[in-house]
Design a protein around this ligand. Structure first.
Ligand SMILES: Nc1ncnc2c1ncn2[C@@H]1O[C@H](COP(=O)(O)OP(=O)(O)OP(=O)(O)O)[C@@H](O)[C@H]1O
Length: 230
């Protein structure tokens, strides 16, 4: 399980608190107004930000002192973090070795991951020659290959059209199911939460509320969520 143990994070005048547990294998949506702290929470789990107090534990181990690369997490951002001068296969291979000196087995793993996300025919393309949805798939394949048990999604599909976004969310849910990954997914869209997240946590007023069953929460939203949903 992923545990936020009395975590507080400060950025200038802004402060965010979180104290709850996410069971392993669960998909949790983080929903809340702009500037509420959704990315702050993701960045803290990823190790890009340090909490001011409290600890984050994965399967009982305190990961707060670990640098980002040593954490059991992989992150998907909206810009997908693709390198324009590298091919699709190389961009995915970076997930295994930053110097891209891959063994035969690792090359095979890259091909398998690209196959899994439906990009088997585009291995040699550069990111500029891909659609937005295809770029998202490259980033997902890299995440799949890294095989980290916690997947952090910071609105990676926000720029995609509705049908494509629905496809990508479905793919995320399938991959999470296949790998048993625990997922934290930032979104502005309650529809995204309904689509794949069993639980949803409202981020508002300087606090991440403990996640609740998405259907129950959205059917009868507390006042802060009602105000946000409009
Ligand atoms: N480096 C910083 N210094 C001071 N304050 C910051 C810094 N970075 C972010 N903040 C503030 O922290 C708060 C939370 O920002 P964050 O990006 O986590 O919100 P968010 O919920 O992800 O917003 P959005 O939905 O717009 O992406 C905001 O009020 C922001 O202005």
């Amino acid at each position: 399980m992923l545990r936020f143990d009395k975590v507080t994070i400060r950025q200038g005048d802004f402060s965010l608190s979180a104290d709850f547990t996410v069971p392993a294998g669960r998909i949790v949506a983080l929903l809340g107004p702009s500037g509420a702290g959704k990315s702050t929470l993701i960045d803290t789990v990823a190790g890009f930000l340090a909490p001011d107090s409290g600890r984050i534990l994965w399967q009982g181990t305190d990961i707060t002192p670990l640098p980002p690369a040593a954490r059991p997490v992989s992150v998907l951002f909206q810009d997908n973090n693709l390198f324009p001068h590298l091919s699709v296969a190389q961009n995915v291979g970076l997930g295994l070795r930053p110097d891209l000196r891959l063994s035969a087995d690792q090359h095979a793993a890259v091909s398998a991951a690209l196959h899994r996300v439906g990009l088997q025919d585009l291995e040699r393309r550069k990111p500029a020659a891909l659609s937005g949805g295809q770029r998202s798939r490259v980033a997902l394949a890299r995440m799949l290959l890294r095989a980290r048990p916690v997947m952090l999604l910071d609105e990676p599909f926000a720029a995609l059209g509705p049908a494509l976004k629905a496809d990508m969310l479905r793919l995320v849910a399938e991959l999470a199911d296949e790998t048993g990954a625990t997922v934290l997914m930032v979104t502005h869209d309650p529809g995204d939460a309904r689509a794949i997240a069993q639980d949803t946590a409202l981020v508002d007023g300087g606090r991440v509320a403990p996640p609740r069953d998405t259907g129950t929460l959205l059917a009868d939203p507390p006042p802060a969520l009602r105000a946000y949903l409009g």
